[in-house]
Design a protein around this ligand. Structure first.
Ligand SMILES: *Cc1c(COP(=O)(O)O)cnc(C)c1O
Length: 406
């Protein structure tokens, strides 16, 4: 068996391996330390964590228990409050549908906001079809909701508020503590999709009065196909109507044989994130600011989308007037980035997140998302900046819209 490929690390910054991966809000590479923790559970230790009659089952169960503790610790929860799932899409579905169903007698109103991930928005659309009323709060030009808007939206029928901790396109961090306090005062449950925030900024479900919280392993250097839903057990206890029936795993909230290797990797990823969060955040913020400064000083008519102050350290979203993001990516083929548009069934559509900030289609189409992560180096930042400046300048020479923007 060959050794896993080592990503470039901060210790060998001069080495530049192409292509460069800078799309860490879409997914992150597996940390080699996480793979190492997973290996035994993919090979010799293959037991079913629900097998009660032999050591194969017992050791798998013990490994899952350990991982449950590691995940819980990252968000200040207790291990019994962690329900393992197949990922955050499932966690978001379980939280929203599970709470809507369990509290149908109490009310049918749910409040969310317009820049949520599709896993939340599409679940809300589905719940509307089955009799829920959903309020979609707007965001301001910085991408933030107004807590006063939330206060006025809550009424006697409101059962749940679901607001993400940090956005996946623009990295903007919502005022989670204030939202949690307000929900607690008004006796409304608070769910947060914390996929992008977890392991990147400190989270504490008690200090932030969060009642349910979604996590995904592959956004924090763990494996794909595993996630968790935190479900508060006391003050107040949250009931969740299960959405998958079967063997009664995960205290009945999510049946199905546990993904032991995935869960072990997820736990290890959370432990590493907790240990390295502060230093990694500082390093990423410095790299992010370096990239932004270099682009801003070399190019005019560029803008940062979303608040810079309330933002994940590794995220930068910028528009380059007069050039289309897709054209930029074609000219920058050895750097993996995302544009401010999404390919839907028929056509390229501008990002609904950027539109919600008040950006016109033109400027939304001209934006790029830089997702910096654990394995990006300063040399990669400099290479990306140099190449991008060149490509933008070349494209702008041919661009009538750039002349107009000036
Ligand atoms: C990636 C992502 C999800 C979906 O997570 P999966 O584990 O891939 O299903 C949900 N919410 C946000 C904010 C995300 O970034």
């Amino acid at each position: 068996m060959s050794a896993p490929a080592q990503p470039a690390t901060a210790s060998n910054p001069s080495e530049l391996n192409l292509p460069i991966y800078m799309d860490n809000q879409a997914t992150t590479p597996l940390d080699p330390r996480v793979l190492e923790a997973m290996m035994p559970w993919l090979t010799t230790k293959f037991g079913n964590a629900a097998s009660r009659s032999h050591s194969f089952g017992w050791e798998a169960e013990a490994a899952v228990d350990h991982a449950r503790q590691q995940v819980a610790t990252l968000i200040g929860a207790s291990p019994k409050e962690i329900v393992f799932t197949s990922g955050a899409t499932e966690s978001d579905n379980l939280a929203l549908k599970g709470i809507a169903e369990a509290y149908r007698e109490r009310g049918n109103h749910i409040i969310t906001q317009v820049t949520e991930h599709k896993a939340v928005l599409d679940t809300c659309h589905r719940l509307e079809k089955s009799g829920c009323r959903i309020t979609y709060l707007p965001v301001n030009s910085a991408g933030l909701i107004n807590v006063e808007d939330l206060r006025s939206a809550i009424d006697e029928t409101t059962i749940l508020v679901t607001i993400m901790a940090a956005n996946n396109e623009i990295g903007v961090i919502q005022p989670i503590t204030e939202i949690g306090q307000l929900c607690r005062e008004r006796n409304v449950f608070f769910h947060s999709d914390a996929v992008q925030a977890a392991g990147k900024i400190p989270l504490d479900v008690n200090a932030m009065s969060i009642d349910a919280l979604s996590l995904s392993a592959h956004k924090l250097y763990g494996p794909k196909g595993v996630g968790a839903l935190y479900v508060r057990r006391r003050n107040p206890k949250v009931e969740i109507a299960e959405q998958i029936n079967g063997g009664g795993h995960e205290r009945g909230m999510r049946s199905g044989t546990l993904n032991v290797p995935g869960i072990v990797g997820f736990g290890q990823a959370c432990e590493i994130a907790a240990q390295e969060m502060a230093s990694e955040a500082e390093r990423l913020r410095r790299l992010r600011d370096r990239l932004r400064e270099r682009l801003k000083s070399a190019l005019d008519q560029v803008r940062v989308n979303g608040s810079l102050e309330h933002r994940l350290p590794g995220n930068l979203n910028m528009s380059f007037a007069g050039v289309e993001g897709e054209a930029l990516l074609m000219g920058l083929s050895d750097v993996a980035l995302s544009t401010g548009s999404a390919c839907t069934s028929a056509a390229l559509e501008p990002s609904y997140v950027l539109r919600a900030l008040g950006l016109g289609d033109e400027i939304a189409y001209s934006s790029l998302r830089f997702g910096l992560g654990r394995f990006n180096t300063e040399a990669e930042i400099d290479y990306t900046a140099d190449r991008l400046i060149e490509v933008v300048q070349n494209l702008r020479e041919l661009s009538p819209t750039y002349e107009a923007a000036k």
